[in-house]
Ligand binder design. Sequence first.
Ligand code: UDP
Ligand code: MG
Length: 332
Amino acid sequence: LSQEKGQQVPCAADGERPCLTVIVPVFNEKENIGDLHDRMARTLDEYGKSYELLFIDDGSTDGSYEMLQALHGRDPNVRAVRFLRNFGQQMAVAAGFEYARGDVVVLIDADLQAMPEEIPLLVDKLGEGFDIVYGVRQRRQDPLVRRIGSWCMSHLLYRVTGIGIPDAATAFIALDRKFVDSIRLYNERSRYFSGLFAWLSYGRSGSVDVTHAPRQAGATKYNIRKLVGLTLNFVCSFSVLPLRFAAYLGAALIAAGGMALAVLLGIRLLDSGAPALGTWVLAALMAFLAGVQLFAVGVLGEYLARVYTEVKDRPSYVVRDVLDHGDGAHLE
Ligand code: UDP
Ligand code: MG
């Protein structure tokens, strides 16, 4: 790689590793890959640091991989990893971290919502001595529900980790090599990187304002189910509060129920002529209690499911193909 791009400044002393890795998770982004690649290559050639463009194909079925093969064939800076099936963006990022060789790692979405031209902004800011630099989207171009969801997520992140991050989606960020290596140690299956980034970068994060555009082509790869799944992963992997909440709720109900029972008994004993509403009270109480119990069981289930997935110890993702340039420099 370094020989082929001799005019670029190598970062490692041995000249084998590039200064910069750009990780791009790709899931059915055929219409965007070409433009994305051209704009990244133009920007980074001009920027002058050696780089690699690392595409992680997260089980695309639209021919995205064939496009990546073509790009790899004509651009020595392009590498690609292909998953066996769709494992989700978080896993694509995880694989990106494993395969990245650069001293600085940049994450960018394939859909051109972030401007590849702004990659140097993030990298320069990181050079000021941060672990992580967030691209904060100015006037975010996403539907209102998504923006509200992200707003809630930011606040939840803040409550749980005590760290306010500027942009919860972390779609466009730059990370330092040492930071990436510490992130890689956290290889639980229910991974939520925004949470990990905030949790591990305490006081060492910076941000720059970046432009945000509507998706260039195709539709969002996220639906409500995926978003709810992400949120649950985040809450359950960073907090046991929901588990405790069930216990607190139970305790409160026992107290309330006990008192109500005492009051009802008292009324019965003091005033034998009071109207009998017992059946209704009972029915309401039963429905309420059944709900509470199911909810508590559900909370247990969420954690149990996660324990189960961890215990099964399956690989988080399976790689089907790797497109590299055969210099073997990344093998550890
Ligand atoms: N993506 C992925 N796997 C998935 C879903 C999405 O690799 O299961 C990629 C997708 O191709 C894109 C990025 O993650 O590059 C962000 O996805 P998208 O733009 O659909 O999310 P949104 O911008 O709507 O949050
Ligand atoms: Mg997008």
